[in-house]
Design a protein around this ligand. Structure first.
Ligand SMILES: Nc1ncnc2c1ncn2[C@@H]1O[C@H](COP(=O)(O)OP(=O)(O)OP(=O)(O)O)[C@@H](O)[C@H]1O
Length: 235
C-alpha cells in the first residue's frame, strides 16, 4: 500500500541540542495516528517540520496526495482582534475556493464544531474550549487529505471533548490524521496506530493493541516505559 505521507531520516537541532533524531515513519490513507511523548520529546517540532513551518536539518518528507495539509498548531493561535466568522473568512480566503465553496466550508465547520452561537463573538472574548474549537474549525476548513493536529482536545470540557473526538473519528472517512496529544484516553478512543517520541527519537511505532500488549494491557504503563526510553527501541 502506498503511504499518503512518508518521512525518512528527519533530524532537527536547536543550537546543538537535538529535538528530532533520524525519525522515519509512514502514514496511510484513512488512519488516525497518535504522536505521543513526554514534554519536550519533539512532537510539536515534528508537526512544524511536516508542515514546513520549520526547516529540518536532515531528512525527507514526501506527500503523495494532491491538495494541502490542514494544521492545528501548538497553542491554537488565532487572530485576537477578529470575530469567529471573520477569523474563518480570513482563513478560507487563503484557499483556492470559489465564493460559494468558501461559504459552504465555513457553515460546515461552524456546525461540526458547534460554533454557530459565537459566530459574531470576538476571539479575545472566548473561553479556552471555544478557542480550541475555532482553531480546529480553521484546520478543517479546506478539504485537506491530511490533518496534523497538535493537542486537539486540550482545554475542552468532557462533553465537548467527546463531540470533537466524534468529529475526528468521522473525518477519517476522507482524511488521514496525525494527532499529537497527552491524553491516552483520546488515543484509546480514536487512534489506530501510535508513534512514541523519546527525546527526539522514535521509540515505538505500532498498533494501539501492540502498545497495550507490551505492558499486559496497561496502556499508561506501556507508554511511560517507552517514553522514558528505558526500553529497547521497538521498530
Ligand atoms: N524554537 C525553539 N528554540 C529552541 N529550542 C526549541 C524550540 N522549539 C522547541 N525547542 C526544544 O526542542 C525540544 C522539543 O520540543 P517540542 O516543543 O517539539 O516538544 P513537545 O514534545 O511538543 O513537548 P510538549 O509536550 O511539552 O509540548 C525541547 O527540548 C524544546 O525545548
Amino acid at each position: 500500500m502506498t503511504p499518503i505521507l512518508s518521512v525518512r531520516g528527519l533530524s532537527k537541532r536547536f543550537s546543538a541540542k537535538p529535538a528530532l533524531n533520524d525519525v522515519s515513519f509512514d502514514l496511510y490513507k484513512g488512519e488516525i495516528v497518535a504522536l505521543l511523548g513526554l514534554n519536550g520529546a519533539g512532537k510539536s517540532t515534528a508537526l512544524s517540520v511536516l508542515t514546513g513551518k520549520l526547516l529540518a536539518d536532515e531528512g525527507e518528507v514526501s506527500f503523495y496526495e494532491s491538495g494541502i495539509i490542514g494544521f492545528l498548531p501548538e497553542g491554537a493561535p488565532l487572530f485576537e482582534d477578529l470575530s469567529v466568522i471573520e477569523q474563518l473568512k480570513t482563513l478560507a480566503g487563503l484557499y483556492d475556493l470559489s465564493r460559494a465553496e468558501r461559504t459552504d466550508a465555513i457553515e460546515r465547520v461552524l456546525t461540526d464544531f458547534e460554533l454557530s452561537t459565537v459566530r459574531k463573538t470576538a476571539i479575545s472574548a472566548l473561553s479556552k474550549g471555544f478557542r480550541r474549537r475555532v482553531a480546529l474549525a480553521g484546520a478543517f476548513l479546506p478539504k485537506a487529505p491530511l490533518l496534523l493536529l497538535d493537542e486537539p482536545t486540550d482545554g475542552l470540557d468532557p462533553a465537548q471533548r467527546d463531540r470533537v473526538l466524534d468529529q475526528l473519528r468521522k473525518s477519517r472517512e476522507d482524511r488521514t490524521l496525525l494527532v499529537s496529544t497527552h491524553s491516552l484516553e483520546d488515543v484509546a478512543a480514536i487512534c489506530d496506530r501510535v508513534l512514541i517520541l523519546t527525546r527526539g527519537t522514535l521509540a515505538f511505532e505500532g498498533t494501539l493493541e501492540a502498545l497495550r500488549q507490551s505492558a499486559n494491557g496497561d496502556l499508561k504503563q506501556a507508554f511511560l516505559t517507552l517514553a522514558d526510553g528505558t526500553e529497547e527501541i521497538t521498530r
